[in-house]
Write a protein that binds this ligand. Structure first.
Ligand SMILES: C[S@@+](CC[C@H](N)C(=O)[O-])C[C@H]1O[C@@H](n2cnc3c(N)ncnc32)[C@H](O)[C@@H]1O
Length: 353
């Protein structure tokens, strides 16, 4: 009788994050494991773009459960795999031996050093996969995928994941094309928010002709552009100017008004908001709109120029819950995410019914 090999024990997790956000990522991991009574400790270097939690736990977070982690990988060794320039493949294969994996992913933190790894990955990928195939390490039906997170050209952390635990994009970074006619780069933030918060079916249902939106703080029109591209009718609220082509589309009404005061004549499907104000004030505005039934769904930016970003987001969550409670509206989705295209900001997604 043949025995299938047991999965290797998990000794911790490695989380990739935006460079400079290691403290937030590490506090978030400590809280996540702390709430589940798991014993462990975090380790990170400033500006490394990665945080490691070592410890024992029955549960591990999926990337999508966290705000500041771009990708989360379960570590199967407390030390990295070391190799030299001449032979990287043999040490990797001996670390993977005894298990089968459906794929082997090569990742790196999003730092300048990390990014110079592209050339190495290009050279390594094919020969590594071919050698792993010959050594019977690769098996399309295996549940786990192997991840090698390169620290530099001489060492990599070895981890595993299962489908649904990590984001579908390598290193959690979506490759979104900047469209030539889009007014401004911040259009990519809303494009990424749509792709991150909604699956394909939800996007098809909620981003289509016949639906309506209000865009608060719309100028020059990057977010309005995304909504128009999907066929929605948009009321763009801003005292600033709006891109001419958007105004000519027949799908945009430009309202020059204060975004904190404006309300639409009829309820809309979407509220999107990019107002440069304190997180608490923006959150209260979004919660008030949805509690009043002026919109059903919202995507909003919170400029996190505050000291403790995690505490601030916790407070924002409470504001939303407290405001919606007396309205009788049910929160279907409430998520915060530090998207790849966000810098100091965090993006919120709220759906009520
Ligand atoms: C970061 S920009 C928005 C960029 C926009 N999302 C885009 O993709 O093009 C912020 C905008 O908020 C507008 N703004 C600031 N305070 C406002 C207020 N109280 N009411 C309406 N708009 C406001 C500014 O005029 C500015 O155009």
């Amino acid at each position: 009788m043949s025995h299938s090999p047991k999965n290797p024990p998990i000794v911790g997790i490695l989380a990739l994050c935006r460079i400079g956000f290691e403290r937030e990522c590490s506090s978030e991991l400590e809280r996540w494991f702390g709430e589940r009574g798991a014993d462990g400790y975090v380790k990170f270097e400033k500006l490394s773009g990665q945080v490691i939690w070592f410890g024992q736990s029955k549960q591990f977070p999926k990337t999508s459960e966290l705000i500041f982690a771009r990708q989360v990988i379960k570590l199967i060794s407390k030390t990295p795999v070391y190799f030299d320039n001449k032979d990287r493949i043999s040490p990797i294969l001996s670390a993977l031996e005894g298990q089968t994996y459906s794929a082997i992913y090569l990742d790196n933190p999003d730092t300048n050093d990390g990014n110079s790894m592209a050339d190495l990955f290009h050279r390594l990928q094919k020969p590594l996969l071919s050698a792993a195939g010959k050594a019977n390490i690769l098996n399309r039906d295996a549940k786990q995928r192997a991840h090698l997170v390169f620290i530099d050209g001489t060492a990599a952390w070895l981890g595993v994941s299962e489908a649904g635990e990590t984001l579908k994009w390598p290193m959690g970074i979506p490759r979104l094309k900047m469209l030539q006619d889009a007014p401004g780069r911040s259009t990519l933030k809303l494009a990424e928010a749509f792709a991150y918060f909604m699956d394909k079916e939800e996007q098809a249902e909620w981003l289509r002709e016949g639906l309506t939106a209000v865009d608060l703080g719309a100028s020059p029109g990057g977010w309005t552009y995304q909504l128009v591209k999907h066929g929605l009718q948009v009321i763009a609220v801003d005292n600033g100017t709006l891109n001419e082509r958007l105004l000519d589309s027949g799908q945009v009404e430009h309202v020059k008004a204060d975004g904190f005061v404006y309300r639409p004549p009829r309820p809309v499907h979407w509220l999107v908001c990019d107002l440069p104000e304190k997180p608490v004030r923006v959150t209260q505005l979004i919660a008030d709109w949805l509690a009043a039934g002026d919109a059903q769904r919202a995507i909003f930016q919170l400029k996190m120029a505050v000291k403790d970003r995690l505490d601030e987001l916790e407070y924002c969550r409470e504001i939303i819950e407290e405001t919606l409670k007396p309205s009788g509206k049910k929160i279907e989705r409430l998520q915060f995410r530090h998207l790849y295209h966000d810098r100091e900001e965090v993006t919120g997604f709220l759906v009520v019914k």
